[in-house]
Unconditional design. Structure first.
Length: 564
């Protein structure tokens, strides 16, 4: 935190200069990359890079038998849909409850994966073979995650090859390739985030190297793989318009504007064109944007609404215990925000509507976009991009906890700029990674995620801290740094509670296993457990939300104070 000192803190109005790498200009492609002439898929790896690839692949192979979420069956079903049905039926099929609800490029991606899958085991792509979990499908689908994630590895290598300080960038690149978030969500829970973030980072890399047309095209491609990246679109729009389509004096450059517009239009035509011709665009959009879901997704994602929801629960209990006359919405007393999927209804606080979240999100993003408009450099773009994703995570409607990767991945690229950025990265990373732990609730995976995350932190955070640490120069910043460190240490206590809570409940019930509805539990114990069953999730969401909200404030102030 000590970068929040009089000498070096952007928060105090004295930002240290952030050196612009020679290869991060906004006028031409990277001089370093051009000079060295590295081709995109240059696999001339160092010994350490080969070892890293082998170790990570070996670890991921060991995870094949681990817990799989319903997302595993979701993607198996999408393989079957795209393989068995004509394209005209892809977004209409309801054979399974896990209907296709990603944009067309991801559907085409699943179509490609379904071709070898049909040779590995024809039952994988049998549309009516719901819940198929033979070893053949497990091995195949997990292998596709490992294989497609190589794109992420190739992009991260390119970041290292073009960096002015390769030692720091090597740590950042390794930290992203081995990120606990990707391990938990992709290689255990099961998704393809590594592949798609590889496209995002490729787009960011093109911006760093001055190839902004390629950056815009890649981002358009990414949007047609997964529409959640729309959260980042405002930053791309302002950056490309201001730095690529306009001259420094503010005049539109027609050739560049038309080139970028046509390129993006071509991408969307390739993606959506077949469905537009078939008159299916409304059906496709209804799958992509189901607005009937509630404010919170399942257990509360650690954002601003988690704190609001918790405050509502506290006010309700306060009203009950102390007889304070508060206006209570009875339907909110048993709100489905207690860890279940459904509408969030507040008991005391006025309910939040989708329009409210939209206005708040756009309002915060506008502040950062105004700054980006006035300073359209690569570093300004990267920070604004991170904050656009961060704002959407903080205030968006029905945000999933897995969306925290939209914050953690681009923020990682800023981690070594100054100690202020680094400390923000540490707080957000610890809180964000911990918030993903409840996704894995089986004992073996729970132990693995904790141990792996600790090892990741030791090999990433400690070395970077040694390189960028600065001691605070005033008492207030020493106090603030101390409070931040106490908060970080509090995760050990939270993990201990989450681990021991089920044992404490069992001990109180006098039963080996005690869950709501368990006949071996006493009536009082079962009732007590029913009331407290979501307590670990609530505490996890709220505690992580405190850190992520604070990191959001930190990063916002750093960006707005810094002179680019």
């Amino acid at each position: 935190m000590s970068n929040l000192s009089p000498r070096s803190s952007p928060i105090q109005g004295h930002p240290p200069p952030i050196p612009e790498d020679s290869n991060e200009t906004d006028a031409a492609p990277s001089k370093v990359a051009a000079k060295r002439g590295w081709p995109w898929f240059n696999w001339d790896l160092s010994r350490s890079e080969v070892d890293l690839l082998l170790i990570s692949t070996g670890l991921k192979l060991l995870l094949f038998p681990s817990y799989r979420s319903t997302d595993f069956e979701v993607h198996r079903n999408w393989l079957a849909i795209t393989h068995s049905l004509p394209i005209s039926q892809w977004y209409y099929d309801t054979t399974s409850e896990w209907t296709l609800d990603y944009p067309p490029f991801f559907a085409y991606f699943e179509k490609l994966l379904s071709i070898p899958a049909s040779f590995v085991d024809a039952k994988i792509v049998d549309l009516n073979n719901l819940g198929y979990n033979a070893w053949s499908v497990v091995a195949y689908q997990r292998s596709t995650v490992i294989f497609t994630e190589l794109l992420l590895g190739a992009v991260l290598l390119r970041f290292v090859r073009g960096a002015v300080d390769p030692s720091r960038q090597r740590i950042i690149s390794a930290s992203l390739f081995l990120h606990p978030g990707f391990l938990i969500i992709d290689h255990i829970h099961f998704q393809y985030n590594g592949f798609m973030f590889g496209i995002l980072l490729w787009s960011i890399l093109m911006a760093r190297e001055g190839n902004k047309l390629a950056s815009g095209i890649l981002f358009a491609v990414l949007l047609n793989f997964k529409h959640i990246y729309m959260y980042l679109a405002p930053a791309y729009f302002i950056y490309l318009l201001r730095s690529y389509c306009m001259s420094p004096s503010g005049q539109i450059l027609p050739t560049r504007f038309i080139s970028l517009a046509n390129a993006v239009i071509v991408v969307f035509v390739i993606s959506l064109g077949p469905f537009i011709l078939m008159g299916q665009l409304p059906q496709l959009l209804s799958r992509l944007f189901p607005f009937t879901r509630g404010l919170n997704h399942a257990y509360w994602a650690p954002n601003a609404w988690a704190l609001v929801t918790a405050a509502d629960r506290v006010l309700l209990q306060f009203s009950k215990r102390f007889g304070v006359a508060l206006s209570v919405n009875e339907s909110g007393v048993a709100s489905t925000s207690r860890g279940l999927v459904g509408d969030t209804v507040f008991a005391v606080i006025p309910n939040v509507k989708p329009l409210h979240t939209f206005i708040i999100t756009i309002g915060f993003q506008a502040i950062f976009l105004i700054k980006l408009w006035s300073a359209p450099t690569y570093k300004s773009f990267l920070t604004a991009l991170t904050l656009c994703g961060y704002t959407s995570f903080m205030f968006g409607w029905h945000v999933h906890e897995k969306a925290v990767l939209l914050v953690l991945v681009p923020l990682s690229l800023l981690a070594t700029e100054t100690y202020a950025y680094f400390k923000t990265f540490v707080i957000a990373s610890v809180a964000g990674i911990f918030s993903l732990f409840p996704l894995l609730f089986t004992p073996a995976e729970s132990l693995a995620e904790v141990v792996y995350s600790l090892l990741w932190g030791a090999f990433v955070i400690i070395p970077l801290n040694r390189q960028v640490y600065e001691f605070p120069r005033s008492v207030p910043w020493v106090i603030l740094e101390t409070l931040e460190n106490i908060y970080l240490l509090g995760f050990a206590a939270l993990q201990a509670f989450v681990t021991l809570f089920p044992l404490l409940v069992r001990s109180r019930s006098g039963s080996t296993v005690c869950t709501p509805g368990d006949v071996s539990c006493s009536e009082d114990a079962a009732a007590g457990l029913s009331a407290l069953e979501f307590l670990p999730l609530l505490l996890t969401s709220v505690y992580c939300a405190v850190g992520l909200v604070w990191a959001f404030i930190r990063l916002s102030v750093i960006y707005l104070k810094h002179q680019y």
